[in-house]
Design a protein around this ligand. Structure first.
Ligand SMILES: Nc1ncnc2c1ncn2[C@@H]1O[C@H](COP(=O)(O)OP(=O)(O)OP(=O)(O)O)[C@@H](O)[C@H]1O
Ligand SMILES: NC(=O)c1ccc[n+]([C@@H]2O[C@H](COP(=O)(O)O)[C@@H](O)[C@H]2O)c1
Length: 610
């Protein structure tokens, strides 16, 4: 009996701005490949141009892109142009376009002669198995799946799992690498058909538009009828290329700024209700001496009243009382760094939420703990397992200040004198004590089982530190401190090209949403450029030349020097590339960054994240 092949429709989604010969070759290559599997019979092809709301630079109106695609495909007897997607009121996710076409195709199939509806409601046809729809794309599209915020994982899952992909190599770019590197794609590898073009064609619509703007010939790259249409409607000009310039793609703004995923695959914002990032200056330090005494008693607890140790404690207390430690907090999705900074001692904590880590509290009370920190509602809760039972703290914030009551609880015999027994209700009162209105409130307290029957003790005192979110750069020409989100990004691709970044990486980089966290402490800076794809950290002191390795960007070594030029922070990066450097400045509530390399100049504008 002859094997019945699965009828297959290929759907290509894209800008088609304008359609090129290679777009059409994709269909021919894919059809040959799929027919040669012996399993499928390609019965149709659909070109679905994206809507005008997609926001891609230089995107001309959909009516023109549709018209050009139709002219080009007049020579095909199996590929058609469909305008449904382009006519939707907003940009449409590819999976939604696939669902639309698939339900249409299924309806046609159900209505075709010889198809029966069984008692279970399943549609069967003795002569034709149900058709399938697969997404036809170039290898670059697979790489875009990993761009943060561009595709939803459940959509990629549905595209690759439910429908399937037919993916054609593009220039040097092979689909197999992307499949190998992605767990999700690898899981669906049997539904991702990789097609090798046997005559390499690196053409891109961007290059066709560039040639047209420069008045160069594009004959034999795109059909004559399309060339004629472009000239008739004066389509690709300097002006049209500026459309959407620097604008974020609609998928990025639709899905919004999404922080990194947690290890359980859930979005981190489910666990990250607050953003504590910033530089905090201590403004008040109530009960500090008493608190230090108590802490000293913890240390003293090891030797039970050792005089020498008590003296050391007094000395440390005296120094510590003079200090006003600042706090710097860097929060990047699930990863946090909390630095307590003073000229006497710094205490740094770096951790991933939900992952237990070893914490050496040598700088605090000499103990060691196994610590886990996690969000509980909008509170950051830390559990420190170790010698002191029920040790830990909780942070939360309100308004624009940081309020830090610290309570101590210990079973050590030697400090029972210092503390009276307490009840759970008292501990709760402590946690819920009223805060000054409009303050960022950080509470650090001990939690854990407390009851009259346990030998736990409750402190008589709490340490109340109040911090104000401030910049330590008040006297500097400009203060860049804070968290910034990329709004526009002009000529970034030109800059990346000047750095010799390859095509695939450029494609990914230009569609990234970026954030910057700047910590400025007088002339010392820490710039973190964050995307969930790659982070780049840069720490420097103004006026001090340093060696910079541009890791994850173009991986070059440069000698960098940052200076103030008026209110602009200006960096020169001496190395292999000429005229390389950047300038940061503020205008209103926006942060501007000009990046230069050779003759490329990119301008990025960031808005402050509330
Ligand atoms: N030269 C090519 N080789 C393989 N696939 C290609 C090629 N050009 C375009 N494609 C594929 O065609 C589909 C639609 O592409 P699109 O309209 O974005 O064209 P493009 O040339 O990539 O455009 P642009 O240069 O404006 O980014 C995508 O799946 C893309 O990967
Ligand atoms: N989340 C999504 O469904 C998603 C994201 C990015 C691009 N796309 C689609 O991929 C195609 C890419 O086209 P370009 O290569 O012209 O940018 C477009 O059809 C676009 O709609 C889909």
């Amino acid at each position: 009996m002859a094997i019945r092949r699965v009828p297959l429709v290929l759907l290509a989604c894209g800008s088609f701005n304008p359609i090129t010969h290679q777009h059409m070759r994709l269909f021919e290559l894919a059809r040959d490949h799929m027919n040669n599997t012996g399993q499928y019979q390609v019965v149709g092809g659909i070109v679905s141009p994206v809507s005008d709301c997609y926001g891609k630079q230089g995107l001309v109106e959909a009516k023109h892109r549709i018209a050009m695609a139709r002219l080009a495909l007049q020579s095909s007897n199996w590929v058609t142009v469909d305008e449904w997607e382009s006519q939707q009121p907003d940009w449409t996710e590819t999976v939604v376009t696939m669902r639309h076409h698939y339900s249409r195709i299924l309806k046609q199939y159900e209505q075709s002669p010889g198809t029966n509806s069984s008692s279970t409601g399943c549609i069967t046809s003795p002569s034709n198995p149900p058709p399938q729809l697969k997404l036809l794309c170039g290898a670059d599209v697979l790489d875009t799946f990993k761009v943060p915020d561009l595709w939803r994982d459940d959509h990629v899952e549905e595209v690759a799992g439910r429908f399937g992909l037919v993916c054609v190599s593009r220039g040097g770019l092979r689909p197999e690498r992307a499949v190998h590197e992605s767990e999700l794609l690898f899981r669906h590898r049997h539904n991702i058909f990789q097609v090798r073009e046997w005559v390499r064609n690196d053409i891109s619509a961007t290059e066709v538009r560039r040639a047209l703007r420069r008045g160069l010939s594009v004959k034999y790259l795109i059909p004559d009828s399309v060339i004629q249409y472009i000239h008739q409607h004066n389509l690709y000009t300097e002006n049209s290329e500026r459309k959407n310039e620097g604008k974020a793609l609609r998928p990025l703004t639709r899905q919004g700024w999404q922080p990194a995923k947690n290890s359980d695959g859930k979005p981190a914002d489910a666990h990250m209700p607050l953003d504590l990032s910033g530089y905090w200056k201590m403004t008040s330090n109530e009960n500090f001496e008493e608190f230090m005494k108590a802490l000293g008693a913890f240390v003293g607890g090891f030797t039970d009243g050792d005089d020498a140790l008590a003296h050391i404690n007094i000395a440390i207390r005296k120094i510590a009382r003079l200090l006003r430690p600042d706090k710097e907090i860097i929060q990047n999705g699930d990863h946090m760094v909390i630095k307590t900074l003073s000229t006497f001692r710094n205490y740094n904590m770096e951790f991933d939420l939900g992952k237990e880590f070893f914490e050496d509290l040598a700088a605090v009370d000499g103990r060691k703990c196994m610590t886990t920190i996690n969000w509980e509602g909008d509170k950051l809760v830390c559990v420190q397992k170790g010698e002191i039972e029920g040790r830990g703290w909780t942070h939360w914030m309100e308004g624009d200040q940081l309020y830090l009551p610290v309570a101590l609880l210990c079973k050590a015999k030697s400090i029972e004198m210092l503390y009276s027994k307490g009840k759970e209700s008292e501990l709760l009162m402590l946690q819920e004590r009223p805060h000054p209105p409009g303050l960022h409130t950080w509470a650090v307290f001990v939690h854990g089982p407390v009851s009259e029957t346990t030998p736990c003790t409750l402190p008589l005192l709490t340490l109340c530190n109040i911090y104000t979110q401030q910049s330590p750069a008040a006297n500097m020409p400009a203060d860049f401190s804070g968290k910034w989100i990329l709004e526009t990004n002009q000529k970034f691709e030109d800059y990346l090209k000047a750095l010799n970044i390859d095509f695939a990486t450029r494609k990914i980089a230009i569609s990234l949403s970026l954030a910057k966290v700047v910590v400025q402490n007088a002339d010392e800076f820490n710039f973190k450029t964050l995307s969930t794809f790659r982070n780049y950290n840069l720490a420097f002191t103004v006026g001090v030349e340093f060696d910079e390795y541009t890791k994850g960007l173009d991986n070059r070594n440069v000698k960098s020097l940052v200076t103030w030029e008026g209110e602009k922070l200006v960096c020169t990066q001496k190395g292999e590339k000429s005229n390389r450097g950047w300038k940061h400045w503020l205008e209103g509530d926006k942060l501007y960054l000009e990046l230069t390399c050779e003759d490329a100049v990119c301008l990025q504008v960031f808005k402050r994240k509330e």
